[in-house]
Design a protein around this ligand. Sequence first.
Ligand code: SF4
Ligand code: SF4
Length: 100
Amino acid sequence: MSERSWKEIPIGGIIEEAGNADSYETGSWRTYRPIWDAEKCIHCLACWIACPDSSILLEDGKMVGIDYAHCKGCGICAFECPDKISALEMVLETDAAAAK
Ligand code: SF4
Ligand code: SF4
């Protein structure tokens, strides 16, 4: 996707075409990255329900990972994950990137 000049951006920054969120990769906005522990996860899907960016990935009704291209790192998923489970941990993006 090419960058637009300010003259090409609609007044108010409104989204003119519906269903285009997938085209805008917002993962680079993150300060904290949710790290998922598949061993601890009980697939209750509380994180999936709460994620405002639809970034919790499911297959056959079970969580399989996180869409880091779109996850903005808000931390709601980790907050909603049951305390006794704690399958999601928010880690500084710089630390997570360095750990790779
Ligand atoms: S940190 Fe926020 S955007 Fe990212 S997966 Fe969790 S709830 Fe979704
Ligand atoms: S809220 Fe926690 S236990 Fe539930 S599906 Fe998400 S990561 Fe797994």
